[in-house]
Design a protein around this ligand. Structure first.
Ligand code: PEP
Ligand code: MG
Length: 577
């Protein structure tokens, strides 16, 4: 039995067998297979080589490449058909009883070393071609393994070096009990999606996956960030009890689903939901949410496919509005780049993607990408209560440019005879410190503000939100953040402009009292957090929250703020602390 500690990113307990999922960016770990499974594994290899050839040939015919490039790919195709390659990999599978992906990686590694050591420059440079072919085959094998999960009889615990947000979104919740990764931070999109799927998850576990084997029993404790490999009976029993306790807590929360999110002294707080796809709308409504405060529309784009058309956007928004039946839908425009999905053709590799041409900046550079979305938002405004939210605004110039494009879209739609609602409320995310500081200027030109604490913390503290090495420095309770938020909320209040908070901090009940004390009256949280936050709201008073916010503001460092919050929470809901 071995215990590892990482970063808890999605609560709950998962107990099950490990299923190693790897990505081709990293060396593939040794995954043993059973002797009777060797034939099936070689057949898997055959299918993967055939699929890799088919992918390659599709690329050759689709891209109309020049003859020189075509000649390179034709060599790749020959390598994929090479009987020596097949014989060497199949030999390793049968003799060493190892997975096809591990055997492919071993054979290619040897070839690469051989090529690189050749004196002749032409041949030594061919090593990168060999690497490219290896990646192509591994991609098929590893993707194939992701698909296999849906055919498993029992649920498994996924272990991976890293999971992209889209990989996480496609994990089958019926078969995936939970997951763990070597890297990642608490507000990465992988973590956010895990929470919205209700999948216990721990990230930032170092190199744990290189020490795990398929099929070993493992416990993932998404509340405490612990992972126990090969637990003994006592641990299993203990965790089964914790899991039952957590389930009880969740079902108690269901009781208050239809009650208002009202404080003991009668202040009603608006609780909206965050969604990545329109099918999540029902989860928010079922959880008792008052509407959608953040629709992360970049997830409409599926990697490898064309960017969504105006009609794709329109259909998604109208489908959400129909489910919402009069409740509001806040459509945040594309927030591509950095930790999120990227339309490959539109993005260049940049040395520092978080600070580069992403999100609204990218949209403003490419009206061809942006205008279809703006037109669709305006068209959808005739079908329900729609609000338009611009991300990553750093100053008035960007806001004005975005509003200018929206106006252009409105004029063209009207000229084409489309109905467009008279008034479309416009908001900006406050997620860059400059935007927080000039909140007084922004409120004159928008209808609402939405604080994006995930990025506001990252950009204010200079801490990468997805880097596990600095995760301990990623602190929403830092006194600087409290000052920034207080400033934004007070500025918005003075101007009579509504302000909400839609970062993950809003869904963490440790902060609910502080945030209400700072003056916030609207939150947008993942569906699963709606009842949790509501329960806390229903047990506190605004007066008490104001006092808590004052003590926290007097604290000199993060540890002190957290200590005060834990004490306050302990008094409020002792059972939860
Ligand atoms: C945020 O930054 O707080 C936010 C809600 O946006 P995202 O997590 O999508 O960057
Ligand atoms: Mg953000």
């Amino acid at each position: 039995m071995e215990t590892y500690t990482g970063i808890p990113v999605s609560p709950g307990v998962a107990i099950g067998e490990i299923y190693l999922l790897e990505t081709e960016e990293r060396s593939v770990p040794a995954r043993p297979i059973k002797a009777e499974g060797a034939d099936a594994e070689v057949a898997r290899l055959d299918r993967a080589l055939a699929q890799a050839r088919a992918d390659l040939n599709e690329l050759r015919s689709a891209s109309g490449m020049g003859t020189e490039i075509d000649a390179i790919f034709s060599t790749h195709d020959m390598v994929l058909q090479d009987p020596t390659l097949h014989a060497e990999v199949a030999g390793l599978i049968r003799q060493r009883l190892m997975s096809a992906e591990w055997s492919v990686a071993q054979v290619f590694e040897e070839w690469i070393v051989r090529f690189e050591s050749l004196e002749d420059q032409y041949f030594s440079q061919r090593a990168s071609d060999v690497r490219d072919i290896e990646r192509r085959v591994l991609r098929v094998l590893l993707g194939d393994r992701t698909r296999e999960i849906s055919q498993l009889e029992n649920g498994v615990v996924i272990a991976a070096h890293d999971l992209t947000p889209s990989q996480t979104a496609t994990l089958d919740p019926q078969r995936t009990l939970g997951f763990l990764t070597d890297v990642g931070g608490p507000t990465s999109h992988t973590a956010i999606i895990a929470r919205s799927l209700g999948m216990p998850a721990v990230v930032g576990l170092g190199d744990i996956t290189s020490r795990l084997q398929d099929g070993t029993l493992i416990i993932v404790d998404g509340n405490r960030g612990q992972v126990i490999v090969d637990p003994d009976h006592t641990q299993i029993r203990r965790y089964e009890q914790i899991a039952r306790g957590y389930e009880r807590y969740r079902s108690e929360l269901e009781r208050i689903r239809d009650y208002p999110a009202e404080t003991l002294d009668g202040h009603v707080i608006r609780l909206l939901g965050n969604i990545e796809v329109t099918t999540d709308v029902s989860a928010v409504i079922e959880a008792g949410g008052d509407g959608i405060g953040l629709f992360r529309t970049e997830f409409l784009y599926e990697p490898g496919k064309p960017v969504p058309s105006e009609d794709d956007h329109f259909d998604a928004y109208v489908s959400a509005l129909r489910q919402l039946a009069g409740r509001p839908l806040t459509v945040r425009t594309f927030d591509f780049g950095a930790d999120k999905v990227t339309p490959d053709a539109a993005m260049k590799q940049e040395p520092n993607p978080f600070l580069g041409s992403r999100s609204l900046r990218l949209c403003l550079e490419r009206p061809g990408l942006f205008l279809p979305q703006l037109r669709a938002i305006l068209r959808a405004s005739g079908y329900g209560t729609v609000r338009c939210l611009f991300p990553m605004v750093s100053g008035l110039e960007e806001l004005r440019a975005a509003k200018g494009l929206l106006e252009k879209a409105r004029v063209s739609l009207r000229a084409e005879g489309h109905y467009v609602a008279e008034k479309l409320p416009i908001g900006v995310m406050i997620e860059i410190p400059s935007a927080a500081i000039i909140a007084d200027l922004l409120v004159d030109e928008v209808d609402f503000l939405s604080i994006g604490s995930n990025d506001l913390v990252q950009y204010s503290l200079a801490v990468d939100r997805v880097n596990e090495r600095v995760a301990h420095l990623y602190q929403p309770a830092h006194p600087a953040l409290l000052r920034l938020m207080r400033h934004v909320v007070q500025t918005a209040d003075n101007a009579g402009v509504p302000v909400s908070l839609c970062g993950e901090m809003a869904g963490d009940i440790l902060y609910t009292m502080l945030l209400i004390g700072l003056g916030l009256r609207e939150f947008s949280v993942p569906a699963r957090a709606v009842p949790e936050v509501k329960q806390v709201i229903r047990n506190l008073t605004v007066e008490q929250s104001r006092e808590a916010a004052v003590w926290c503001s007097e604290a000199r460092d993060t540890a002190e703020v957290l200590e005060r919050l834990r004490e306050a929470m302990n008094e409020l809901l002792p059972a939860l602390s």
